[in-house]
Design a protein around this ligand. Structure first.
Ligand code: TYM
Length: 321
């Protein structure tokens, strides 16, 4: 049975890029092996420096993930920081991590390119991520395309460690990236990302969601003129939510002309709203039980600790500690 692992950073509210790129595939994987998913609060600390905000975002991410269908009877859900052993493994990996490898990683490079002052945590981010993956002997890591490089770094480090300290020290993980969902577009058609300010957050209030969708910027093509669906972020997003028949209908309406962008936006809003109706109901149910999330995370942490302790002991011994 494969071991499946992934994480999500609680830096703010989760969005539909997270949902299609990672959460939904991860929820599918919970039926196919032993799945472990965590809220990467150590990683979030590279940018969030407000304790109340981090706590609230972490809890909310757990709630959203459970509402979307993560089933604690099938998958383990926990907070990254409930397994502090990963920070020790991160150090043990870092002594074999070439500086050049991290200098090539995109999160750090992007920060420099945007003139941001990068902290050491951001620079070392991929090493902690490698520790997250390797400490649970993970086989499969479901992620969006932007995390592919990090899983490759993990493999490089695992190979190096195995060459140095024993060939069976670490299992080599594989990323699992669904081709159609590798990069979910945002409101402006670029990759959906908090840093581009183009996100549609999960579980927005009806009014707020409508406002976001109706505010999508479009060109000034008149209603009667045919339009190109392929370059439209409205159509790009609609494809994720609507049935094949409805997608075909919107595509035809774009190409035939006679329909305005306002109409397309209303259809997009309705499709998103309907898609999340069952998850909204589940979310309300979970919220009515105040102890539920804590209990899920407590049990998750216990299982994750068991696994982490075994790996860490093996690595410490192999390295001479
Ligand atoms: P994070 O929190 O940035 O993103 C969580 C997951 O959502 C995916 N994602 C997207 N997929 C498709 N289209 C998009 N527009 C989009 N935006 C986000 C990401 O690819 C990711 O899979 N470093 C990780 C957290 C982490 C982790 C790990 C993941 C820490 N340790 C170990 C896997 C294994 C991160 O920041 O994800």
């Amino acid at each position: 049975m494969p071991r499946i692992l992934s994480g999500i950073k609680p830096t703010g509210r989760l969005h539909i890029g997270n949902y299609f790129g990672m959460m939904r595939p991860a929820i599918d994987w919970q039926n196919k092996g032993e799945a472990l998913y965590f809220l990467a609060d150590y990683h979030a600390l590279t940018t969030v420096h407000d304790a109340a905000q981090l706590r609230e975002a972490t809890r909310r991410a757990a709630l959203d993930f459970l509402a979307c269908g993560l089933d604690p009877a099938k998958a383990v859900l926990f907070k990254q920081s409930d397994v502090p052993q990963v920070t020790e493994l991160s150090w043990l990996l870092s002594v074999l991590t070439p500086m050049g490898l991290l200098e090539r990683c995109h999160a750090y490079k992007d920060a420099l390119a945007h003139g941001k002052a990068a902290n050491h945590g951001l620079f070392a981010y991929p090493v902690l991520m490698a520790a997250d993956i390797l400490i649970y002997d993970s086989d499969i890591v479901p992620v969006g395309k932007d995390q592919k490089q990090h899983v490759e770094v993990t493999r490089d480090l695992a190979i190096k460690m195995n060459e140095t300290f024993g060939k069976d020290l670490f299992r080599l993980p594989e990323p699992s990236i669904l081709p159609d969902l590798a990069t979910i577009p945002g409101l402006d058609g670029q990759k959906m990302s908090k840093s581009y300010n183009n996100t549609i957050e999960l579980f927005l209030e009806e009014k707020a969601l409508k406002k976001k969708i109706m505010g999508i910027i479009t060109d000034s093509t008149p209603v009667e003129t045919p339009k190109d669906p392929e370059t439209s972020s409205i159509f790009g997003l609609y494809k994720l939510f609507a049935s094949p028949d409805d997608v075909a209908k919107m595509e035809a309406d774009f190409r035939n002309g006679g329909t305005g962008y306002g109409d397309f936006k209303k259809r997009l809003f309705a499709a998103i709203w309907d898609h999340f109706a069952p998850a909204r109901a589940r979310r309300e149910e979970i919220e009515r039980d105040p102890g539920y999330i804590d209990e899920v995370l407590r049990k998750g942490a216990a299982r994750a600790n068991e696994l982490a302790n075994v790996t860490l002991k093996r690595v410490r011994t192999a390295m001479g500690l």
